[in-house]
Design a binder for this molecule. Sequence first.
Ligand SMILES: [Zn+2]
Length: 173
Amino acid sequence: MPTRCAGCGAVFPDMEGPTHAYMQSSPACFAAFTKLLAAEYSSAALRSVHRLTVDTWAVQHPGSAEDRRAIQSVGLHLARLMLQLERPGSPMQTNAVMLDFSHYKGTLRRLAPPEAFRVTVAEVVDFAGTPSHADKVRQWAETTWEGYAEHHEYIRRWIDDGPDEGRSSKGCE
Ligand SMILES: [Zn+2]
């Protein structure tokens, strides 16, 4: 029986299997995600889109609005998605910025996801490991970032002003 993923809306045949602790998805959707990751780990050429895959899948699975880990996860992954798409630097630079972000992730507020995503992992997984893999991931990442348009300003401001805000609000959590 086909099942719709509660996170991204992708429809896959029903299956049993593991899911992530707070990025809630159907087991089949999680399996599709791990299939993409496996292809990326085994190919030097696909390393360049690995973070896009992780960030895109993460923000399409926002989990519970009550779970602080889930709220922070969406904000951090959206921030990294934005950096890669709008301010591309080396993976090392992106990682360094993310490490810095993680110190003040407590300031992130919940960012409600769009009602639907135009592209999901279901449109990408069949291309895992093929010459189209990277292009499909980029398209998935770009449409997902567009889908979060109402939060673009918040994310850009959080990235640019975040450290100060984070320091001043320490201890308020
Ligand atoms: Zn999903």
